[in-house]
Design a protein around this ligand. Sequence first.
Ligand SMILES: C[S@@+](CC[C@H](N)C(=O)[O-])C[C@H]1O[C@@H](n2cnc3c(N)ncnc32)[C@H](O)[C@@H]1O
Length: 273
Amino acid sequence: MTQEGKLDFGDVRWGSVEWTNLATLYLRACESRSSRTILGDDAAAEAVDRIDYDWAKMRRYMQPWANQWLVALRAATLDDWSADFLGRHPNAVVLHLGCGMDTRAFRLHPPQDVQWFDVDQPKVIELRRKLYDDRDGYRMIGSSVTDPGWLDETPPDRPALIVAEGLLMYLHEDEVRALIKRLTDRFSNGELLFDTLSSAGPRLSKVFSKGIVTWGIRDVRELERWSPRLRFLEQTAALANYTRIPSAPLRLLYRLMSATSARNYDVLNRFAF
Ligand SMILES: C[S@@+](CC[C@H](N)C(=O)[O-])C[C@H]1O[C@@H](n2cnc3c(N)ncnc32)[C@H](O)[C@@H]1O
């Protein structure tokens, strides 16, 4: 039986890609309810409230008390970089690749003239459309980012902010190269924000996660050689801002992780073109 007035997400299969999107949405919602929230993702909390799903089971499985922080820290750095770009380019086009159920388009409150595109696989966008509608300045595109066709739907004559969070590690290197080339060929200037896993990522994934991670990179500056138009701006560890975590024991845990090679496992990168 579904809860009255709520959106029925009961057919989202446990462990599926769509489920992983609900899991990170749930973690961002939990973190936004913390009294000293880092991300302040009220839109995620609202979305979770509107969805009928077995959130109690999700809570037991995802253990938000421990796991919400990394998700929030990673998203907050990408939000800060995005807000900085949009502050300088209030007429930008934003391509949010592999958006899943992320609410960046709403929590950043982009300037009115921005055209925002949330892009993900068709099944994910189908689910997302249960929650959100296209509207002026906001559109969803259901397509693989590796399919060249979807880019034709975006205006090429604006500064472009391209954000890919938790996406590129699931592509193959030749797909990442081709995607970056298509993006930098289409727009005359912009920024590309994305996270990467270390080159150990695919090897570890073979052991721990059925090989779903297919791309990792040791030195992200290599991308400047792939595309001469790309200029490296900065890189930071996903957990770099752990001092913002309000819980002292978890801060300590993240501090210890930061002191090991785990610090460089997931890093956030910012390039201009
Ligand atoms: C780990 S989730 C991250 C979702 C979201 N960015 C977040 O941080 O919550 C990875 C997302 O990438 C999407 N994805 C993977 N391969 C893709 C592709 N080739 N084209 C478009 N989206 C893809 C998946 O469907 C999924 O929604």
